[in-house]
Each structure stands twice: as C-alpha cells, then as structure tokens.
Design a binder for this molecule. Sequence first.
Ligand code: IVH
Length: 667
Amino acid sequence: MDTAKEQIDALRDALNEHNHNYYVLNAPTVSDQEFDMMLKRLEALEREHPEYDDPYSPTHRVGSDLTKGFEQIPHQRRMLSLGNTYSVAEVDDFVSRCRESLPGEDVEIVGEMKFDGTSISLHYEDGRLVRAVTRGDGEKGDVVTDNVITIRSIPLQLKGSDYPKQFEIRGEIVLPWKAFDRLNAEREYNEEPLFANPRNAASGTLKMQNSAEVARRGLDAYFYYLLGENLPFDNHYDNMLAARRWGFKVSDAMTRLESIADVDRYINHWDIARKELPVATDGLVFKVNSLRQQLNLGFTAKSPRWAIAYKFQAERALTKLHFVSFEVGRTGVITPVANLEPVLLSGTIVKRASLHNEDIIRQLDIHQGDMLYVEKGGEIIPKITGVDTAARESGAEPVRFVTHCPACGHKLVRVEGEAAWMCPNKIGCAPQITGRIEHFVGRRMMNIDGIGEEIAVQLFNAGLIRDIADLYELRTDQLEKLEHMGPRTAERIVDGIRESKSVPFDRVVFALSIPYVGETVSKKLARACHDIDTLMGMTVEQLTAIEDIGPRIAESIVAYFAEPENREIVRRLRDAGLQMAMPEVDESLRSDRLAGKSVVISGTFTHHSRDEYKALIELNGGKNVSSISKKTDFVLAGENMGPAKLEKAAKLNVPIINEDEFLNMIQ
Ligand code: IVH
C-alpha cells in the first residue's frame, strides 16, 4: 500500500492533468463523476493528513470564503498599453514603419486576438505559480493570487521542464460568453444590476473578496506575452508555443504573417470569424516576432513600437423609436423600454431595448419619434447610445417618465438614493402580484410544476389567488374551471403545491420576493438566521454583520418584514406547513456507510422527501448524481420511476433499491 503522501501526490498530479485536459485542451479523458470522486478522495486524505497541506493543491481551486483586502505591489516591468487603430491602412503603415526602422532585415509579424477582458501578470518560480497581479495603474497592481488560483485553465504547476527558473507571463482574464449569459440571467432574475459586457464582469469578478464566488462564475484566461531573463526562444511565437506546452492557454488564432497582404487577409478573416469564438474579443494585435527586433524598436512613453492593436468596429444601427413602454416588475420597479422599428444588428433582430431608468432617458434627451442609435458591440444586450437630433421632427416632445403606475394607476415613488421609480402598491398591483407568484413557483424556488406566466395571470384574474399563500388553498375543482386546464394538469399543480412543503428553508426565503434578496443571499440568510422568526426579528445592524449582506439588502429585509401583510403571508405559509427553519442535522446519524457510492434518486417517496433522501445520502458519505451510468452504484427508487430510467438501470446492471431497503442500509 502506498503511503498517504504518495497517494496525495499521485492524486494531485492526476487531477492537475485532468484539469489541463478539460480546461485548456478541451479534451477531457475522464468523466466529471470520476474527476469528482478523485477530488473527494484527495480532500479526505488531506483532511486526515493536514501536515501535507499545500495551497496549490487542486482541492483549493474551489476557493475559500475568507475575505481580505488586496495587497498592492509594484510591477517588476511596467504594464503598458497598445497603440490603437480602427483602420486596416494604419496597420499596414505600422508594418511598413517597422520594416523601415530595420533596414535590410526580414520582419515577421505575429497576428493574434485581442481578448476583451482584464489583464493579469503571473509570476512563476521553479514551475510554480507564486503571484498573480492585476494591471492596476500600470506601475503597481493588486495581488489577486487567491482568486486566480480558482481559474481552472491556469496551471499552478507547469508541465515539462524547459521553463525558465523565474519568469512572468501576461494574459487576459475573460468571462466566456456562456458564463456571462448565465451570470447576467441570474442577476436579471434577482433584479441586480447587469454587467454591460464580459470585460466588466471579468474585472469585477477578479476583484471579489470571496474566492468561492469567483470559482463559481467560471473565468478563463488566455496568455500572450512571456517576459524574463532566460526565455527558451529568440522570438515571440515560439515562446508562446513553449508556454502552451507548459500548460497555458494560448489562442489557436495566433499565427505568423509574412506580408502586408497576409496581414490584411488575417483582418478580413477574423472580422467575421471572431463572432464564433467562445469569448469576447475587441480586435486583433500585431507584434513583431523577433525579440531582438522588438528591443531595437523599443517603446514610446505609453506603448511598444513593435506592436499595434486593430480594433473591431462595434455594430451600430439607426432606427425609429415607436414609443416608450413602462413595465412593472415583481418588486414594483418600473423599467422604461424603447420599442423600436425592427432592425438587424449582429445577426439578430432588435425591436426592444431597455432604457433602464429616468436618468438615462434624460441624459440621452430622447424625444417622441426620435431616430436612435442602437449598438451591440461587446454587449449582447442592445444598448441605445445616442439620438440623431438632426432627424428630430420639429415640435417633438421629450419622453417623460410616467408619474403613475401603468398597471394600477398608483402614484409612483422614487427610491431614495436610486434612479428607479417604484409602484408602492405591493398588494393591489396586478403585475407585481402575478410576478411574485411566478417567482414563487419557479424551479429554483418552490419548484411547483405547471404554473407559468399565463396560468398565474388566469388564477389572479379568476380571483383564486391574490398572494402566494393562497396557493396552498387551491383545489383541483377550482383549477379545472380555468380555460385550457384539464383534470390532469390541475392535479399535477395541486400535487406540486403539496410537494413544495418540503422545499428547504433557504429556498422559501428566496421565494418570498424580498427586494434584493436573491438565491445566494437567501442561502446566507438561512444559514446565519436558521429560522424565520430569527430572520424577521433582525435589525439592520445584525443583518449587515452577516457576510455579504450590505445596508441596502439589510434595509430591504427589515422593510419587508415590517409590513403587516408580509408577516401575515409568512404566518399563513407556516400554517400551510412550509419549511420555516433549516433542518437539524443529527450528527449521530453521520456515517460512511455509503462512502464512495454514487446514487441516483428516482420516483416519489412516502417516508421522506427527495431532498431529505439527498441529505441522507450525503450524511452517510455517498454522492448524489442525476443520471444513471455504469458508475452508478444503485438507484434509490420510489413510486413511478420512469420507464427510461428502469430500462437504463437494467441494461447497465445497476441495482434498484426501494425506500425501506435504503433505510435499512443506512440504519
Ligand atoms: S500585448 C506591451 N496582446 O490589451 C504590450 N495585449 O491595449 C502588452 N490585450 O493591456 C500587451 N489581447 O490587457 C497584448 N493578444 C494580446 C492582447 C492584449 C488583449 C489587452 C491587454 C493590454 C491591452 C492593451
């Protein structure tokens, strides 16, 4: 048997390799489950042997909840910017200028993407990452090593052995489009301000104090500049290929260009092809390849003479404003929306664009019927960037923000210190009520199937529900009377409502629609307060003492529970049997009877809820997985297990265990 240290080392090496395969090469060789199992095993070994702890272990890539300010340090070599141009002719001039400055020499140019993120400088010693520093003001930057360690595509330990003992590598930290979309969808849902583009999201994320949240957001990094005393090659291109072998992500778009015609072709190609890339780019960078030639060309005060950035044009269109509509969200915030003559922009038709708030309408000075500039550059959300005032019809009136709620007619109030107008009629304004119901039944909240926007509106219009607590009094015979509602759907909804009573407390908090209280905040509140009575009794001071709860959130929570109507809803939800406290974990039940076992749960149960079974599996050291594979140890099956799952389990010889057998197993 290997010693623990040997096992730990072997697991760390293997996991580093898998991380590289997955995050850099995009070619994983093991399943996510296998990876997770190895990581769990390593975590267990490290727990047993704290003497072998290592901050660079792959287990630390999930981040920590510790918060601390960033230390600032001076850069060893200044971080400069690049000269910019939007014109192909100027890029050509740049190449000619370089040639003229190096008479009689061949000048090879390297073309590469200009990634639109936030720049980072990494320092390696003996093949290990020792420090990550942001650009800062170019002279000094913030040390963000803890956050950078969570970026899975960044090697903590290099591969091979031909790297210099000490070197610096620079690159761009980016948030890939997919992760950006997901993050913004979440933020939109939680009514948090959206990130305008992946660049802001990447730099904001990198500066977060909570590295676990950084890890969750899915940053990535591309590298484009190697610096140091003993670089392996005398040219940029080969050095970057070496860096790629050491484990860094270096874009495949990097290429050597021999003539001005090559450069122009490269620009024409990527002007279009960049739209298919998984990350945002805002242009191309052209660099003189030879390091000796770079040295000869030197620097101006701000940028190197051996490189230039060609920037892509943001796509912009001019279109007519038909009217501005004012929409009421579930928390009462009024959002102005420009309804436009449909126009094609970056491959999609744009006909609506949020104007966000009154201040933006004022700043842009939008008038009725104006011709508006719409842009979709690095941002996927179309943005109104200006007005063609020359095209304005004489006598056109400025667009005025509504003074009364477009849905219920109540006078609007402006939230102190904020740009938003709100309809304060929480309990009588239809879109707010139906919005809250829709939110309450959502998959990440109470997970009640069968109620979408349309049915929420129908239920409200039919007078069947006026608040979320009314849901728990709904009967199938009432539902069946609604249009397009069959008995089966009615039953499914009522079943879903009943099952929602076992949804854990943190999701109940999220489901209430307390302004500014999103999914993450709800979890923090539930963990810190443990039960609803404690939460309802908290003061602003007590709430802000909880990690990540700022004064705005705290005040919103206190205001919410100060409303008698809201307290009454909580009382009724509690009477209906919803979870109003975190479950007590009976530590005496903890065991390792299911250690290393992967379990799939399927069907409906009688003794415990699905969530309770999930918790029981974890309490006994097992792992919950969602789909059956040959790695699954058994399926915990209740009533009505789906036929496809049954078939798959039979085919793969995965045992099926019922509730009683399972409870005996962990007894
Ligand atoms: S080279 C001394 N290459 O653009 C030259 N920069 O405007 C160092 N950037 O601060 C920069 N992609 O954050 C270089 N392929 C690339 C780049 C790139 C993005 C960023 C970088 C830099 C800024 C310069």
